[in-house]
Design a protein around this ligand. Structure first.
Ligand SMILES: [Zn+2]
Length: 320
C-alpha cells in the first residue's frame, strides 16, 4: 500500500516538474504560479487521499516574496507539506483523512524560542524586578539547589512545553539541569528542541562543579546524539562569569569533539559586559567571536554563529 502510494507520488512529482517546465517554456515572461501544485489526473485525485488539510483565514508562507494567501490551506501527507494554495484550490485537488478548519486563524510556520530555561516555569514569582546578579545569586541559584530535582524539571518542562505549543512555538533552545529529563519531555510532547547540558562552575541541582557537569554533559550528549531527529543535544556553558577561560575552552573543545553546538548567555547585563572587559580583557562581541570559533583561544577556523543582545547560539563545525 505504502509502496503504491510512494510510486504514485513519484510519478505525480515527475508530471508536476514536466508540467511546470512546459508552462515556463510557453510563458517565459509570466512564470507559473508555483504556490499551488498542479493537479494530477482525475483518477489520481479520486484515489490519492492525503493525511491532512489545514486551512486558515490567512496563510503566511514565509516564501522569498513574503506572500500571504487569504483563505489559504496547506496539504500535508506523511509528515510533509506537499502543496499550498487557496483553500478552494487545495480542496479541489485533494481529499484528506483529516481537516483542520481555519476560521479566525492564521496558518504559519512555527515560532522558535531562542532561549529558555523551561522548567523555571515553576519558579515564577520567586523574585522579580531585580538586577541580574542579585536575582541569580540571592534568589534563583539558592532556590534551585534546594528545590530542583529530576521530577521538578519534568513537571516544569511539561508545563513550559504545553504553553509553547499553545502559543505556536514548535522549537526551543533550552538550558537547564537534568537535560535527559528535558529531552524525554520533548520526545513525548512532539516539539523540537536544542537541549543543553548546563556547564557551570558551582554546585547546581545536578552537578558539583564545571568538571563534574562536563562529565555528565558528555554522557547526556552521547545518550541523545542521533537518537531523535527532533532533539539536538548541545553544551550550555552558562556564562563567562560562572566559568573561567579554561573551563570555557574545555567546553568548547568538548562540543567540537562531539560535533554539537553550544548555547551561552552573552552580554546579558551591564555586569557581564564589565566582567568581560576587566577580567578577561575582552569585549562581549570579541568573546562571542572567540567562543564561536571551533578552537577557543586558538587560531580561527571556520564557524557560523548568530547573536543578539541577550543570548547566543553557536553552530559548531569541526576544524577542516
Ligand atoms: Zn537564560
Amino acid at each position: 500500500m505504502t509502496n503504491n502510494r510512494n510510486l504514485r507520488r513519484f510519478l505525480r512529482s515527475v508530471l508536476r516538474i514536466a508540467s511546470l517546465a512546459v508552462l515556463a517554456a510557453c510563458s517565459p515572461g509570466n512564470p507559473p504560479d508555483t504556490a499551488m501544485a498542479p493537479a494530477g489526473s482525475a483518477e489520481e485525485q479520486d484515489t490519492d487521499t492525503i493525511d491532512l488539510i489545514i486551512a486558515g483565514d490567512y496563510l503566511v508562507t514565509m516564501d522569498d516574496g513574503g506572500s500571504v494567501i487569504k483563505d489559504g490551506a496547506v496539504a500535508v501527507d506523511e509528515g510533509l507539506i506537499i502543496a499550498i494554495g487557496t483553500a478552494d484550490e487545495i480542496n479541489a485537488q485533494y481529499k484528506a483523512h483529516g481537516n483542520l478548519p481555519g476560521e479566525n486563524r492564521i496558518v504559519m510556520p512555527g515560532l522558535i524560542n531562542g532561549h529558555s530555561h523551561a522548567a523555571m516555569t515553576l519558579l515564577r514569582g520567586v523574585a522579580d524586578d531585580l538586577a541580574l546578579m542579585d536575582w541569580l545569586n540571592n534568589y534563583i541559584f539558592p532556590a534551585e539547589v534546594q528545590f530542583v530535582d529530576a521530577e521538578f524539571v519534568r513537571i516544569g518542562t511539561e508545563l513550559a512545553c504545553w504553553e509553547m505549543i499553545r502559543g505556536g512555538t514548535t522549537t526551543f533552545v533550552d538550558m537547564y539541569y537534568y537535560p535527559d529529563v528535558v529531552a524525554q519531555v520533548v520526545e513525548q510532547c512532539g516539539l523540537r528542541a536544542f537541549v543543553s547540558a548546563t556547564i557551570i562552575d558551582q554546585r547546581s541541582p545536578d552537578a558539583e562543579s564545571a568538571a563534574d557537569s562536563l562529565v555528565k554533559g558528555k554522557s547526556f550528549i552521547d545518550n541523545w546524539k542521533g537518537r531523535n531527529s527532533r532533539i539536538m543535544p548541545i553544551y550550555g556553558p552558562h556564562a563567562n562569569y560562572t566559568l573561567n577561560a579554561e573551563q570555557l575552552a574545555a567546553t568548547r573543545a568538548a562540543a567540537n569533539d562531539a560535533g554539537v553546538p553550544i548555547s551561552i548567555h552573552m552580554a546579558e547585563s551591564p555586569f557581564e559586559l564589565q566582567y568581560s572587559k576587566h577580567c578577561m580583557s575582552l569585549s562581549a562581541s570579541w568573546m562571542a567571536q572567540r567562543l564561536a570559533h571551533t578552537s577557543y583561544g586558538q587560531p580561527k577556523t571556520k564557524s557560523a554563529f548568530s547573536l543578539n543582545e541577550k543570548w547566543a547560539l553557536f553552530t559548531t563545525r569541526r576544524p577542516t
